[in-house]
Design a protein around this ligand. Structure first.
Ligand SMILES: Nc1ncnc2c1ncn2[C@@H]1O[C@H](COP(=O)(O)OP(=O)(O)OP(=O)(O)O)[C@@H](O)[C@H]1O
Ligand SMILES: [Mg+2]
Length: 356
């Protein structure tokens, strides 16, 4: 007997319980061929159940030598065995730090259970938690500071304007104009520091409506040399989100890409479904993944660890608030933003949970 999962793939009823586990599980049959992989394993190793089921273990993984050794050990000793902190490549060659437990079983045609725990993921989650806390307190501090600066700034500007009317010589106005202009600049920076506290106005929204709006806005304001390509999975379900806030977040990321490429280059808007993901400490069965990928020069190394912090900018005239704001808006939707960058490829990945 079997059941249809979301992708239309048949999952035997005996394995249904494994579908919802956060742990990556691979079952081998008695001939050491892959019998089943759960969605967490598909996510971890970036392979598809359809492609690996029925295939011998050494061929299912890009480098399965350590796993084959572990399996041999279990076969010889008829005992459970754990390999701590091994490095395995996923299907695209990206190295993963995992621990792997192999357990012999006698259950129908299944002979071995392999469980994988990603180690760097745990370290990453702890680091993300720390960063989130730090960012929240930074933002709170900045908001308070912005409030304190904003009020006297209004008075300062008003006084400069009054003074300007009283000045006996026109050429002295140059000085009051400097005060007024600088006060305006500071004022707009303070506004940007203060905005992210509106709560999202939630409604059903499709991620592609958001991306298409950003695409047309960007194309309207960018030079001809920028191409924006789409690679959409149009079957994605709607999100419960504030469309204006999502547009603002994506627009900030896309604008950065345009600015970094100095008027010439390609941006790809990419969407896919993500299954069994953990976002801000909560686990979701489904999430939407949207990536903004550009082929520009990459993020300057000196600031790459801090780009989401307020006031960090690598660009002349930049206020360093675009990504801070984008992150706040996405976090308000229980989502996350991550970034990977090297010269020639910068990729911002948004993950937004689907909650019904
Ligand atoms: N796609 C990208 N390619 C290269 N560098 C980037 C990219 N995205 C962001 N950056 C770098 O990260 C910095 C921070 O971006 P952020 O949007 O927070 O601030 P900003 O663009 O400098 O100013 P603001 O958005 O407030 O006008 C940028 O100044 C830029 O140096
Ligand atoms: Mg920006």
């Amino acid at each position: 007997m079997s059941a249809n999962d979301d992708a239309g793939f048949m999952v035997p009823y005996t394995f249904l319980g494994l579908e919802h586990l956060a742990t990556a599980v691979v079952l081998l049959d008695r001939d050491f061929c892959v019998r089943y992989v759960n969605p967490s394993a598909e996510n971890l190793f970036k392979f598809s159940s359809k492609h690996v089921v029925g295939i011998p273990l050494p061929q299912a993984f890009l480098d399965a030598e350590i796993l084959s050794r572990a399996v041999d050990f279990v076969q010889t000793h008829h005992a459970c065995f754990t390999e701590h902190e091994i490095t395995l490549p996923d299907s695209s060659g990206h190295a993963l730090s995992v621990s792997c437990t192999v357990t012999p079983v006698e259950a129908g045609d299944v002979g071995l259970i392999m469980e994988f725990h990603q180690i760097d993921k745990q370290i990453k989650i702890a680091r993300e938690e720390r960063m989130l806390l730090q960012q929240q307190s930074n933002r709170e501090l900045l908001r308070n500071l912005a409030h304190e600066i904003k009020n006297p700034l209004g008075g300062l500007r008003g006084a400069a304007q009054l003074l300007e009317h009283e000045l006996p010589r026109a050429n002295l106005r140059e000085y009051t104009q400097v005060i007024i202009k600088e006060a305006d600049r500071l004022q707009s920076l303070m506004e940007r520091l203060l905005t992210p506290h509106q709560l999202p106005q939630l409604q059903q929204v499709n991620i592609h409506e958001v991306l298409e709006r950003v695409r047309s806005l960007t194309l309207a304001e960018t030079p001809q040399g920028i191409v924006i390509r789409r690679d959409y999975d149009l079957s994605l379900p709607d999100l419960l989100a504030d469309p204006e806030q999502l547009i603002q977040a994506v627009l900030n990321i896309v604008r950065n890409a345009v600015q970094a490429m100095h008027g010439k280059g390609e941006i790809i808007l990419h969407t896919r479904i993500a299954r069994q993901v953990t976002l801000v400490k909560k686990r979701y069965r489904l999430a939407i993944m949207a990536q903004i990928i550009d082929n520009g020069p990459g993020i300057p190394e000196a600031i790459s660890e801090r780009i989401f912090y307020p006031l960090v900018s690598g660009r002349e005239g930049g206020s360093g608030m675009g990504l801070t704001l984008a992150q706040t808006l996405i976090n308000q939707h229980q989502g996350t933003i991550e970034c990977e960058s090297r010269p020639g490829r910068t990729c911002f990945t948004l993950l937004l949970p689907i909650v019904h």
